[in-house]
Design a protein around this ligand. Structure first.
Ligand code: SF4
Ligand code: SF4
Ligand code: SF4
Length: 265
């Protein structure tokens, strides 16, 4: 997705099953948003007050997972009417926190327990990432994504350059920021060693352990970090749950891959 954009690319922002938090990264851009709006035409972005879901777009951003039958139909249409499709946030890239339902024997029980009027809930049995349904040209990970990621993405796209994928580990950002390591210094189960960078190591900067909201990094070694967690006092079950908070399906897939690789070696 590196060829030149039209003079004033048409941009759409679509919401699927999600909390809307990632869309705020656009609205929180500050002065950069004003600069961008002079270079783009926003054809659909309900949170900004521009509504035309069927508008054709050069770049369509998609927030949220596929969690209803309607989501499943809409994403096909949006793919057809969009030149490039970019997913934003954990819901869209790995199914999000709602993908925890994928592990429930009977998700209907959860609906009964959580909602006052569960008869109005009409969801699928699983929450799945957008790439599982249509071709995705680029993914921005995070829960939520941040405005810096968007500015970097637009800078690349508007110049016809392929956006750089961020896949190094939070630990590297953390070390560059000279943070004190929460895992080593205070025994907190920090997931920075297996989590994709991009947040600026936000949580360790404030003395908190990373809980993996940017998803798996390149070459994560989740099994090894899980053993480390057991060494600082977490039970095996608690250690596994630690990886399931936001990107349960992505980290679970990583655990399975490492188990398979271990079995073959
Ligand atoms: S990724 Fe997180 S912040 Fe973004 S829409 Fe999903 S739940 Fe909300
Ligand atoms: S605090 Fe977490 S992210 Fe920072 S270096 Fe330690 S393990 Fe890595
Ligand atoms: S440090 Fe980890 S949990 Fe905190 S914002 Fe960054 S990726 Fe998310």
């Amino acid at each position: 997705m590196a060829d030149m954009m039209t003079d004033k690319p048409r941009v759409a922002v679509h919401k699927f099953s999600s909390c809307d938090g990632c869309q705020l990264a656009f609205l929180n851009m500050g002065d950069d948003l004003l600069t961008l709006l002079a270079q783009l035409e926003v054809v659909h972005f309900a949170e900004m007050g521009v509504v035309d879901e069927t508008a054709e777009a050069d770049i369509a951003f998609v927030e949220g997972s596929v969690f209803t039958a309607h989501d499943r139909e809409r994403i096909q249409r949006i793919r057809r009417q969009s030149r490039y499709l970019i997913t934003i946030g954990a819901c869209a890239t790995s199914g999000g926190v709602q993908a925890l339902r994928n592990y429930a024997d009977d998700g209907a029980d959860w609906c009964q327990a959580i909602y006052a009027s569960p008869q109005y809930i009409d969801s699928l049995a699983t929450s799945t990432p957008i790439r599982q349904h249509v071709k995705v040209d680029f993914e921005l990970w995070g829960c939520p994504i941040n405005s810096r990621q968007l500015v970097a993405l637009f800078n690349a796209l508007l110049r016809g350059v392929k956006p750089a994928e961020q896949s190094e580990k939070v630990c590297l950002e953390c070390k560059r920021n000279l943070n004190v390591c929460t895992l080593v210094a205070s025994g907190q189960p920090c997931l920075g060693a297996v989590t994709r960078a991009g947040c600026g190591a936000l949580c360790p900067r404030f003395g908190r352990d990373c809980y993996g909201c940017y998803g798996p990094s390149e070459l994560p070694n989740a099994a090894s970090l899980g053993r480390w967690f057991e060494g600082i006092g977490l039970s095996r079950a608690a250690s596994r749950r630690r990886f399931k908070l936001i990107h349960s399906t992505a980290f679970e897939a990583q655990h399975r891959k490492e188990a398979d690789d271990g079995a073959q070696s």
